[in-house]
Design a protein around this ligand. Sequence first.
Ligand SMILES: [Zn+2]
Length: 362
Amino acid sequence: MSVNSERLLDTFCTLVRIDNPSGHEAAMAAHLIERCTALGMQCEQDAMGNVIARLAGVGPPILFSAHMDSVAPCIGKQPVVRDGVVYSAGDTVLGADDLAGVTAFLEGIQAAKERGQPHRAAELVLTVQEEIGLKGARGLDYRRLQAKHGIAFDLNGPVGNICVGSPAHDSFTARIIGAAAHAGVEPEKGISAIQVAASAIAAMPLGRLDDETTANIGSIEGGKANNIVPDVVVIKGEARSRSLTKLDGQWATMRQALEDAAARFGARVEIDYTRHYAASVLDPESSIVQLVSRAVRAVGLQPELVVTGGGSDVSIISSKGIETANLSMGYDQIHSVNENIAVSEIEHAAQIVLNLLTTIEV
Ligand SMILES: [Zn+2]
């Protein structure tokens, strides 16, 4: 009972060659629907373009989650296999994030079917637009799903790592409004929005604040010319934490810094604030973590519980009541043209899928 390495590599390379920019996943979706249908799965696509493929089997279904899109540049991707590692030809990303995850699920499901014995039921959810704000996962109609727990393969690190914590994520846009004036003739009539912004940012704790909290000012824009006191500056920033209390505290500090600086200089500030998703934390003793740990051990790997500072579809899926573990996929240097992945890592992931399907426990 094993996965087919040659077929797995062929599947991966075929998927890599399909263009899949966020928001333009139609070709990828059509190809995957064809494959899943050939595997005897029942497929549907929602209005967003997300694909749900159902594998009939024993017991309540387990959710399998991966995303179909890749970050730019991802048009014309060409896989190059060297010494058991797949690289991009160099002009684009490889797209192992997350096509390796998709491949692992397809191969694991096919291998489970080939055994000719009862296997567990599964719901494979392949989302669109993960890379541009988890839009597919957000737009998914969760009433179409029965699964109460599941896994995703969409995390850095070697296969075997299981994510038990990812942060809540907030972002904001602050528009500081001062007053324009001639900088040489009557600067006292102006209120420099740049000075207000500088003063506000200087008062903010930023960077890595503790082991579960980070904050960043990502962009600042404003001012027109040397001889004009700048009247408008727009600042964009974010904060993340696995602790909601800390995140709320950090956001309150950042907001206060903006309001205090504006008041000090007599400026105004307009703030747009968004909570993108809540923290997702799994109990190491939960049934899904235990189940996945057993599957990881069964394929000869050592499960390692890790936390991440990033977000993924799992942040959204978990918030919908489906307890989902994000598993490392073993890809390297993602979101760059140097992205690569060892074939053995995709094999390991497919073996974990196969194990989850064929070890029938609920
Ligand atoms: Zn990803």
